[in-house]
Design a protein around this ligand. Structure first.
Ligand code: ADP
Ligand code: MG
Length: 359
């Protein structure tokens, strides 16, 4: 009885994961910045899985509820909390999986904070990138008697559909292959920090990070010390260009819009397990082609700017993410979740020695 329930529970859990698809969508609501804590914000209500945004309407104001998230992080969520839900994904890179983590949202919504951290980093405020690489180093150390891992990273940005190498601050050669970019072996978080600083320095004179897609890619080569089998995983951490609507439709804006919609199309195709995925449309999707695919694990962080007059932009960001989030549409997930709840309470009864429990 007991074992069977456990097994049933696990099976259902896996089914839910399957239904949720390979693309997870997390939402993170940025806190108000120091000095602005008393302003009214655009976020009306949020819980673990939904966010309600207040938007202007004919009758004044109305709330729009978004419920396509696997998880919602509120303004007080720490970097550590956000990372702890990302960690299992990162670890699979060492087993040869490809992982892509994206940050989307308008400029100022907190994309760079999530992936990198604030301008002045402290151990508490480092973002997903630093923590992820730290994890990779720690686990490869733990496994050192079984596996030998080599990790190297490159950092590039895509601006106006051109690739720039952030580790040498020169335009990358024409042609889109990443091997053209500097691939630097790293063996500690200090190495990573130095490269991130180099990147910051290279950028200082001409920071267009809000209008560019920034990639940090870690390539992980593993070798099984007994069997000699090789594994190869890669992790892309992508800080996407701000998706706010721009008044002038210059080249910059056109490239941003085209590349984000091409990325959306690719993610929708992957979410639907379609065999036709078109990566050709822009550099952003071309660069991801090798890493994305049926086996890839994908996580999108959707960022919410808390200011009242940014609410409409937030809805645009939600529209982008809604297309490839499997959650909203699926009542099956809800049903399965209810079954899991029932099983859990049965288990709890059993553990509490409830005489009502029957094998
Ligand atoms: P984006 O990269 O989307 O343009 P940033 O990450 O630069 O936005 O965030 C804008 C400002 O808000 C920065 O000063 C950043 O340090 C701050 N910020 C963003 N998210 C948080 C957060 N979760 N907690 C504290 N400050 C944050
Ligand atoms: Mg940024």
């Amino acid at each position: 009885g007991y074992k069977k329930v456990l097994e049933e529970n696990r099976k259902l859990y896996n089914q839910v994961q399957d239904l949720k698809g390979s693309i997870r969508v997390y939402c993170r609501v940025r806190p108000s910045l120091p000095g602005q804590e008393n302003q009214v914000t655009s976020v009306d209500y949020m819980d673990e899985e939904t966010v309600t945004i207040i938007v202007p309407s004919k009758s004044g104001k109305e709330g729009r509820k978004a419920s396509m998230f696997n998880k919602v992080f509120g303004p007080s969520a720490t970097q550590e909390e956000v990372f702890s839900d990302t960690q299992p994904l990162i670890r699979s890179v060492l087993d040869g999986f490809n992982v892509c983590i994206f940050a989307c949202g308008q400029t100022g919504a907190g994309k760079t904070y999530t992936l990198t951290g604030p301008a002045e980093l402290t151990p508490e405020t480092t973002g997903v990138t630093y923590r992820a690489l730290n994890d990779l180093f720690l686990i490869s150390e733990e496994r050192k008697n079984l596996m030998n891992y080599e990790i190297s990273i490159n950092m590039i940005e895509i601006y106006n559909d051109e690739i720039w190498d952030l580790l040498i601050s020169q335009p990358a050669k024409k042609g889109i292959n990443l091997p053209d970019a500097n691939l630097v072996p790293v063996s500690s978080t200090d190495d990573v920090m130095n490269l991130m600083n180099l990147c910051k320095k290279n950028r200082a004179a001409n920071d267009r990070s809000n209008r560019a897609h920034t990639f940090l890619t870690a390539h992980v080569f593993g070798k099984d010390l007994t069997s000699g089998t090789a594994t190869r995983g890669c992790m892309h951490l992508v800080d996407l260009a701000g998706n706010e609507k721009l008044e002038n439709s210059d080249d910059e804006a056109t490239h941003i819009n085209q590349s984000l919609s091409a990325l959306g199309d690719v993610l929708v195709a992957l979410a639907n397990k379609s065999s036709k995925v078109n990566y050709k449309n822009c550099k952003l999707t071309q660069l991801l082609q090798d890493a994305l695919g049926a086996q890839a694990k994908i996580l999108m962080f959707v960022h919410v700017h808390p200011d009242m007059d940014e609410a409409l932009e937030t809805l645009n960001t939600f529209k982008f993410a809604e297309r490839f989030s499997a959650l909203d549409k699926s009542t099956e997930v809800k049903d399965l979740k209810e079954q899991i709840c029932l099983l859990k309470s049965a288990l709890a009864k059993k553990e509490a020695g409830d005489p009502g429990w029957q094998d």
